[in-house]
Design a protein around this ligand. Structure first.
Ligand code: PAF
Length: 282
């Protein structure tokens, strides 16, 4: 596995892959790797000749009161996992390399700018869109792989690629869960045993609401409200949202499930913000 830390070093490696006609699969990450990331790498390996993984904790996508400083960092462990997984190139740029002095361009996302995570994390998706654009230009992949755990992010990336005419094919990879159902996340590292138990009730609640929605006993708008109250009563400190949304357009589904739908949630346990979502098919 080749480790590169600068754009120039990366370009040299990418050029030699391209010269030999290799198709590149790209997995962008912020490190603190877990099985969820490994499933993205597996998917990339199946569909590409060479796999590039980036590790970069992107300051531009964190709000001022968010967890940028304490975001888990474990470079040595990550590198070991990537090597074992058979990754070809790992790209670990510094903040200075990515945002040198004078950096002044920000991509503004508009389509999903006032719903779900964008509502409580203003600027987050602009930061994601900007770094992903830079990474796409640097890595020049044929395919890129994103987890469905960050479902709104996946939708933003799809529209980024469409609207800015990238020729990269985007793949969404299903959520990987712990045996008891908790969605894998780098932020799970913050949870105490008691908090982890509570976190698990997100998935349980989503499944309960999905089956009620499919039975059609009550409009999804009311089910969502019931779910938000339930999470509050179980001990979540704040529920940012729990909503049924069209899986493709992310428009709110307020009545019944007629098309592929996603039930999405974001909730806080103390200062820890967790997200999850499940697919509901009519
Ligand atoms: O999903 C993530 O880990 C990040 O948002 C991404 C896509 C690597 C951009 O920083």
């Amino acid at each position: 596995m080749i480790e590169v830390r600068t754009v120039a070093e990366l370009r040299a490696q990418i050029n030699s892959l391209k010269k030999t006609g290799k198709e590149i699969g790209f997995v962008p990450t912020m490190g603190a790797l877990h099985e969820g990331h490994m499933s993205l790498i597996d998917a990339a390996k199946k569909l590409s000749d060479a796999v590039v993984v980036s590790i970069f904790v992107n300051p531009l996508q964190f709000g001022i009161d968010e967890d940028l400083d304490r975001y888990p960092r474990q470079e040595a462990k990550d590198l070991k996992m990537l090597k074992q997984a058979g990754v070809d190139i790992v790209y670990l740029p510094s903040v200075k390399e990515m945002y040198p002095e004078g950096f002044s361009i920000l991509i503004q996302t508009q389509t999903y700018a006032d719903i779900l995570c964008a509502k409580t994390r203003p600027g987050h998706f602009d930061g994601v869109a900007t770094i992903v654009t830079k990474l796409f230009n640097q890595v020049q992949p044929d395919r890129a792989f994103f987890g469905e755990k960050d479902y709104q992010q996946l939708c933003v990336i799809r529209s980024l690629v469409r609207d800015l005419d990238f020729t990269i094919k985007i793949f969404g990879v299903p959520i990987v869960r712990e045996p008891d159902g908790l969605a894998m996340s780098s932020r799970n590292a913050y949870l105490s045993d008691r908090q982890r138990q509570l976190a698990l009730s997100l998935y349980v609640t989503l499944n309960m609401l999905a089956s009620k929605a499919l039975q059609g006993r009550s409009p999804t708008y009311y089910l969502a409200r019931e779910g938000r109250h339930l999470l509050g009563s179980k001990g979540f400190d704040k529920v940012d949202y729990l909503e049924f949304r069209d899986a493709e357009t992310l428009e709110e589904v307020t009545n019944s499930i007629k098309r592929p739908t996603r039930l999405l949630v974001a909730a806080h346990i103390g200062s820890i913000r967790l997200i999850d979502n499940i697919e509901i098919l009519p």
